[in-house]
Write a protein that binds this ligand. Structure first.
Ligand code: SF4
Length: 379
């Protein structure tokens, strides 16, 4: 068994653009989707020899709306993966799906090897779904969940968003309990970010959004609600029943290697971080231009370790920081104790992690810790 590798496969097509979204996704045509699948398979085959020493233990089809591609094309891409790479037989293979396109041919996808579905839900309120440009209803969410379970998927994640326009705490609580009533194995709950240029951003003056304090309350409410219902918070925005944390996403937070395929996809492979340009036609034509390419130095890796480990419940381990990244924990310790005194951080078995209140101000905390590391380096 060699080193492990995660594969991210980007599917940049959506049925319609949601009002808050700035992901790289485009309207589809059948011909373009066929051409794209051909380009992806060629790219996977060309890349695979570079990963000959690796075992692929996670594959994540993200988007866009991967379910929109249809079972036949998705199966063709996954078959290319499994025939070109050395696969872990227990690999986690995730398909992101939207309720309006999830139901067709799910059994075929399960047979093809997909074993996890991440369903975009966002809210259980039909008015809210329309307001934010989602093209499905809550009833379609319930149908999709039934269809996913009937097809034999025993690992289902739901995505939710809080801080939506005109959203009240009561509405958010209803979304939480409606979501949990569907018995998912995993839930992601993200705060709305108004991304410049999106329709919601342009309409922001005509709408009322929960303020920072209300968003914080919604977040803490979700943390408590999920804990009461048996979902362990393993990352700032992610909650899972025991054994169902997303193995693919954990790779990002643990600084493990992954390779991305498709326009806009990021990779961290062989010590180099790179991203493909957001250019679908260029990608289809075989011009997979890299938009960024950075060789990560050991000092940068140490900073990333501090940043990413503190997003997780595993937390920051002084032994890992010193043993693996060669950086002393000493300059961070006093700060950690101050955060502990303010109930923002707590010691755990392996080191230190942030509390839910600490997660709310994690950007500020991580900034201070990185400044302390920099101060040490320049002394
Ligand atoms: S379905 Fe997802 S990727 Fe597509 S527009 Fe909506 S939020 Fe963006």
């Amino acid at each position: 068994m060699g080193k492990s590798l995660g594969l991210y496969i980007h599917i940049p097509f959506c049925a319609a653009k949601c009002a808050y979204c700035d992901f790289y996704s485009l309207p589809h045509s059948e011909a373009k989707m066929d051409a794209y699948v051909g380009a992806l398979c060629r790219h996977l085959r060309t890349f695979a020899p570079r990963a000959a020493d690796y075992t692929v233990d996670t594959v994540y089809f993200g988007g866009g709306t991967p379910s929109y591609l249809g079972a036949e094309r998705l199966t063709a891409v996954l078959d290319t993966v499994t025939s070109c790479f050395h696969m872990d037989p227990r690999a986690e293979i995730t398909l992101e799906a939207n309720p309006d396109s999830a139901c067709a041919d799910l059994s075929a996808l399960r047979r093809a090897g997909f074993n996890r579905v991440s369903l975009g839900v966002q809210s259980s309120d039909d008015h809210m779904l329309r307001r934010i440009g989602r093209i499905h209803t809550w009833a379609q969410v319930r149908q999709a969940v039934d269809a996913i379970r009937d097809a034999g998927f025993d690992n289902l994640s739901l995505d939710l968003i809080y801080g939506l326009p005109e959203q009240t705490m009561e509405q958010w609580q209803r979304t939480l309990s409606d979501a949990v009533s569907l018995a998912p194995d995993h839930v992601s709950a993200y705060g709305l970010k108004l991304e410049p240029g999106t329709p919601l951003w342009r309409r922001q003056t005509q709408l009322t959004f929960p303020d920072d304090d209300q968003q914080a309350e919604m977040y803490l409410n979700a943390v408590t609600f999920f804990a009461k219902n048996g979902y362990f918070q393993y990352e700032i925005s992610n909650f899972a029943r025991p054994g169902f944390a997303s193995r693919h996403n954990l790779k990002y937070w643990r600084l493990e290697e992954y390779a991305g395929f498709g326009p806009g996809a990021h990779s961290d492979f062989g010590g180099v971080r790179y991203a493909a340009a957001r250019d679908l036609d260029g990608y289809i034509a075989g011009r997979a231009v890299l938009s960024e390419r950075t060789v990560i130095t050991p000092a940068e890796r140490a900073r990333e370790y501090v940043m990413l480990s503190l997003r997780t419940a595993e937390g920051l381990s002084p032994a890992v920081l010193e043993g693996q990244y060669g950086v002393s924990f000493a300059p961070l310790e006093a700060l950690m104790r101050t955060y502990q005194a303010h109930a923002l951080a707590e010691p755990v078995e392996t080191g230190w992690c942030l509390t839910p209140r600490g997660f709310l101000v994690s950007n500020a905390i991580i900034g201070q810790l990185l400044d302390a590391l920099d101060g040490e380096e320049t002394d």
